[in-house]
Design a protein around this ligand. Structure first.
Ligand code: ADP
Ligand code: PHD
Length: 575
């Protein structure tokens, strides 16, 4: 890990540039759109400098792990069709999640959506189709115990094959695009069945088939439509990660590597890059890694920073980031603007809509992120930028993270007061466990364990690991383990914390809820309240009604009622 850390170098902020709106462009025919997409002759003056995000020095070690191999790429149908138009640069990255590309019909829709922005030269990042990742994981779990001869009959494998081959048939494409991968997948499942074991490394290899198949199908579709596209597996073009299977971190060497590859290919033969989201390559093992569930958002922001693009767009199945999870409250409303800090906090504390780490490259590269709805293109979505006018903002969004573990740690006074806090945190450091919410006094600490780390390492399931933490802490303290707790995070303007807390506690008292811990992050955008799981949903619903539906935040409602959205350069367009 020390060597991995050495590969990182400090990101530099890049100069802000004017934003051009992603206003709905007039529809054009596919051929015309193709010419516009890949054939514009003028240099991209409005965009960012290419590779603005790649100034980091590449160490010898980093160079050694950069993968330049070209393989498994679907070659464009019209190679060379735009020779002589190589001055243009890629402008945006557009990421489409599993729900956006869940079927043949959705793939057609997404192709049409991309072509409706003929002025853009996009990099496309795709997730696996629909629920493919879940199905692959389930197939792997079942394979462990089903015996090699029964693998072909697994419902999940049948589902995955039918989904992908069915989509190919409906789109009029050639089954050979994914037949090799489909065979390889079945072989892998047989291997798992024979070994009776599914390691984290094998899980990552297993789930990679989802993105590898969806991108091949989509690239072939665009090529069939006459729009030159080229498929890329992220792990073959320089996405270098730590070897933390199922939750790998992107290493700094990634930025220059992917900028070189994507830009280089674009210049020599323009074709829309279609890149697998979610996947990388472990720098030591050379094996396929994944970036944690929902990791395609991070793939997109990494590409945005690497290429210094004008904008990063993440297309979802909701009208942007909402005031709370729509599954908890059906009246959740889109939030028009967020800062990177707000979005990062929101994602970190459990809003499924964005990957927890995805804001980091965007913030480092100062590249605006737009969250849009691929099912409702005209909805303005959410624009996430470095700064925004917070003067009228009180609360932006309410986030719930359930089933977290809380520890109450009270000193036995064996150590001095100074030593106590240091010792407690050194135990977490030694065990490699992050904590998120913390409240302390001189002799006691309440804390919650980092949910994102818990998910990836399945710490709760691995009771041994939790026991180990407690065992170590009990050498210096009395420890109470409190499970089935929820963190309710109030994301907004903590400069107005008294107002937020007054309102929130009023609501909670009215609902008879006792808050077990409060923590106000140094980031100044988040107040976290810990309550029991059994009360959490009801609390979020009551808080949402009080803050967003009762006229308490008239200025927010004013913004939401206005169907216009302002861009960060101050221009406003109407839908
Ligand atoms: N605050 C929130 N705003 C928007 N969506 C949210 C929020 N919290 C949870 N969600 C859920 O996140 C989903 C979108 O995220 P995700 O499924 O990862 O999208 P995709 O697969 O398209 O990338 C929505 O369908 C919604 O159910
Ligand atoms: N397919 C992966 C990666 C991903 O980003 O998916 P989505 O964009 O659909 O959340 C997952 O399900 O986790």
């Amino acid at each position: 890990m020390a060597a991995a850390a050495a590969l990182r170098c400090n990101p530099r902020p890049s100069a802000a540039v004017a934003l051009r709106g992603a206003a709905a462009a007039p529809q054009v025919g596919n051929e015309a759109a193709f010419e516009l997409l890949v054939g514009a002759t003028e240099p991209c003056l409005r965009g960012r400098r290419r590779g603005a995000g790649i100034r980091c020095q590449r160490s010898a070690a980093a160079s050694a792990v950069v993968v330049e191999k070209k393989s498994r790429a679907v070659e464009p149908a019209r190679e060379g069709a735009n020779a002589g138009h190589t001055e243009s640069e890629l402008t945006v990255v557009m990421k489409f999640g599993g729900s956006s590309v869940a079927s043949a019909e959705r793939m057609r829709e997404v192709a049409d959506l991309i072509l409706s922005f003929p002025e853009e030269r996009p990099v496309i990042v795709l997730s696996a189709m629909g629920k493919t990742t879940n199905k692959l994981l389930m197939a792997g779990e079942k394979a462990v115990g089903c015996g090699a001869k029964n693998v072909s009959e697994l419902d999940e494998l049948t589902f995955i094959k039918e989904l992908h081959f069915g989509t190919i048939d409906q789109l009029g494409l050639d089954r050979s695009i994914v037949s090799g991968l489909s065979d390889e997948l079945e072989q892998l499942l047989k291997g798992i069945a024979m070994m009776k074991e599914l390691t984290l490394r094998t899980r990552d290899y297993l789930v990679s088939f989802g993105e590898c198949m969806s991108t091949r199908i989509f690239a072939a579709l665009l090529n069939k439509l006459g729009v030159k596209a080229r498929q890329y597996d992220a792990f073959e073009i320089g996405f270098i990660t730590t070897d933390d299977f199922t939750n790998a971190d992107i290493l700094e060497a990634t930025y220059p590597a992917i900028a070189k590859r994507l830009h280089g290919d674009w210049v020599t033969g323009p074709a829309i890059p279609i890149v697998t989201g979610f996947l990388g390559k472990g720098w030591k093992t050379g094996a396929i890694t994944t970036l944690g569930r929902g990791g395609s958002d991070l793939t997109a922001t990494t590409i945005g920073k690497a290429l210094g693009l004008r904008e990063i767009q993440v297309w979802k199945d909701v009208d942007g980031v909402l005031t709370c999870d729509p599954n908890i409250h059906p009246n959740a409303k889109p939030v028009p603007y967020l800062t990177f800090d707000e979005a990062a906090e929101l994602a970190y504390f459990g809003a499924q809509v964005l990957h927890p780490q995805s804001m980091r490259p965007a913030r480092e590269g100062d590249i605006p992120v737009r969250v849009k709805n691929s099912y409702n293109r005209r909805a303005p979505g959410t624009l996430i930028t470095k700064a925004r006018d917070m003067s009228k903002t009180v609360l932006t969004s309410i986030v719930l993270k359930s089933n977290i573990t809380m520890l109450d740690i009270v000193s036995t006074r064996m150590l001095g007061q100074y030593g106590f806090l240091a010792k407690v945190f050194s135990i977490f450091e030694d065990l490699g466990i992050s904590v998120d919410c913390v409240a302390t006094s001189e002799v006691s600490i309440s804390l919650t364990l980092d949910p994102s780390k818990l998910w990836s390492r399945e710490l709760i399931k691995q009771a041994n690991e939790l026991d180990h933490v407690i065992e170590e802490l009990e050498k210096i303290a009395v420890v109470h383990l409190l499970q089935h707790r929820s963190i309710i995070s109030l994301i907004g303007n903590v400069q107005r914390s008294s107002l937020i807390l007054e309102k929130a506690f009023n609501v909670l008292r009215t609902n008879g809820v006792n808050v077990q811990m409060i923590s106000q992050g140094a980031s100044k955008v988040n107040i976290s309240l810990v309550v029991h799981d059994s009360e959490a949903k009801q609390c979020v619903q009551a808080l949402h009604s009080a803050f967003f539906e009762s006229g308490f935040l008239p200025e927010v409602n004013d913004i939401l009622q206005d169907d216009s959205v302002a861009h960060s350069n101050g221009t406003v367009y109407r839908h």
